[in-house]
Write a protein that binds this ligand. Structure first.
Ligand SMILES: Nc1ncnc2c1ncn2[C@@H]1O[C@H](COP(=O)(O)OP(=O)(O)O)[C@@H](O)[C@H]1O
Ligand SMILES: [Mg+2]
Length: 250
């Protein structure tokens, strides 16, 4: 059985794209076939982590949504960029061309087509997991991806703005009856006690906390040039992501 995993946060810059790429790489390292969709159409970014370059003829999610290609044609095997990975990672990028971003924002698109695309790509590429990197907030495509997720990973920073927004997201996910919700606290400053943060977040939302990840200077320095969890396999951030991988697999 394949699983759809959405990685979301109410606010931006929480680490969604890095987390999605890290989870994809760790799952694929164990031999899984993993699809990664960039549904952050307004501000795409995860392709950078996979060193994927959009050249003229390369199909993106935008092309699929405009009926220019099949979803499979928009899925690109990026495994060769991932050292020592036994499985496969297929990236469905969102276009980084200004005109294409503007057009999709102006004209919108059929969210049902997105849903159909997810189902088809899982089947056609025999995926074990489909990971969805989302746009922050609660836009229409986000609501769809939450609604169809088997697992929803919600990222938040230990920040009052994040706390309030996350409460809204958790509430929506409960109403949509998402089968499993995992909170992931990211970018926690050194001065904070990780266990204390965990129990406070757990109590606040009554939801399970997958991991509490410290702010890592190494990640800022890597600056999305590579997948952190492959580059730093023993770092506390990677160990936390591994725990989430185990939860996702269960
Ligand atoms: N635990 C962390 N420690 C330090 N920097 C992080 C951490 N997680 C993410 N980052 C950095 O935060 C920035 C935003 O991450 P990104 O994954 O693009 O977030 P989002 O997709 O939610 O906007 C990137 O520069 C990334 O390297
Ligand atoms: Mg992102």
């Amino acid at each position: 059985m394949s699983k759809i995993i959405s990685v979301h946060s109410f606010r931006g810059g929480t680490g969604k794209s890095n987390t999605t790429a890290g989870l994809a790489a760790l799952l694929a390292a164990e031999g899984a076939r993993v699809g990664v969709v960039d549904t952050d159409i307004q501000s795409p970014g995860i392709h950078v982590l996979f060193n994927f370059v959009e050249t003229g003829s390369v199909h993106s999610l935008n092309d699929y949504l405009w009926g220019k290609c099949s979803i499979k044609e928009a899925a690109h095997d990026v495994t060769s960029h991932l050292q020592g990975v036994k499985g496969r990672v297929f990236l469905i990028p969102s276009s980084i061309k200004a005109g294409e971003i503007a057009r999709i924002l102006r004209e919108g698109y059929d969210v049902n087509l997105l849903n159909e695309g997810f189902r088809n790509v899982i089947r056609e590429l025999a995926l074990d997991y489909l990971l969805i990197d989302t746009h922050p907030g609660l836009g229409e495509e986000t609501l769809l991806s939450l609604a169809i997720s088997d697992v929803l990973v919600i990222l938040l920073r230990p920040d009052q703005q994040d706390y309030q927004g996350t409460a809204v997201t958790v509430d929506v996910a409960r109403k949509l009856e998402v089968p499993r919700m995992i909170l992931l606290v990211n970018k926690v400053p050194q001065a904070f006690d990780l266990d204390e943060v965990r129990s406070r977040v757990e109590q606040t939302y009554g939801a399970e906390v997958g991991a509490v990840l410290p702010h890592a200077d190494e990640m800022m320095t890597l600056a999305s040039a590579d997948i952190f969890s492959l580059r730093y396999p023993d770092h506390p951030v990677t160990l936390g992501l591994r725990r989430v991988v185990e939860m996702v697999k269960a």
